[in-house]
Write a protein that binds this ligand. Structure first.
Ligand SMILES: [Fe+2]
Length: 206
């Protein structure tokens, strides 16, 4: 059996070494922060399906952030694991956010699973979905709201790496949400206008 003695996490004179589990989306010795369905009121379009699933209040995602290095030039990074599932036809997703320092970009690196990122340019309003999956890298430009969506059948695991000065603004996205939704249309992940999807939900409810 291989020895673990070469795995020496911690702070060295030059640099920090941590070990992570790409299956579990965790970092050795670090605590994960969990977000359940009840932590995302108002995020999902189908409020009837949301209320129904709230009785089970499933785990949606866990994140582990490494934010010890601060100041100009420093980086923060974190690993996330987003579960498979849907609220109505809308796939499980993260809250989504902008960076408090709007010009700050971010790199997402997919490790496991099949997901997409919703990207919405705050200045133009343009909203797109791009794939985030094992062995893909997504560059999230500054001034861009971003949300991770699991469109697959297994957990989606990914890294996010950004400036320590970026900060998080959840409030702006929380107040107005993204203009598009990623929903399952006959087994295919499909990007739809939120307004059109809401109209369809209301028509179906009648
Ligand atoms: Fe971010």
């Amino acid at each position: 059996m291989a020895s673990n003695s070469s795995r020496v996490p911690g702070q060295f004179l030059l640099g920090q070494v941590l070990f992570f589990d790409p299956e579990q989306g965790s970092i050795d010795g670090r605590e994960q922060t969990s977000r359940h369905l009840s932590d995302l009121p108002g995020s999902f379009a189908d409020q009837v399906a949301y209320a129904r699933l709230l009785e089970q209040n499933p785990l949606l995602y866990q994140v582990t952030q490494v934010e010890e290095q601060n100041g100009p030039g420093q980086l923060h990074y974190g690993i996330g694991i987003l579960m498979p599932g849907k609220v109505g036809d809308e796939y499980f997703m993260t809250k989504g956010h902008l960076h408090a320092w709007r010009p700050a970009a971010e790199i997402y690196v997919g490790l496991r699973g099949r997901g997409m990122m919703l990207l919405e340019d705050e200045q133009t309003g343009r909203c797109d979905a791009v794939p985030l999956e094992a062995n893909s890298v997504v560059y999230v430009p500054g001034h861009t709201a971003h949300r991770t969506v699991n469109v697959g059948r297994e957990p989606l695991v990914y890294w996010g790496i950004l400036s320590s000065e970026a900060g998080h603004d959840y409030g702006t996205v929380g107040a107005r949400n993204f203009s598009k939704v990623l929903v399952d249309v006959e087994g295919t992940p499909t990007l739809l206008d939120r307004a059109a999807f809401l109209t369809k939900l209301q028509a179906n409810a009648r």
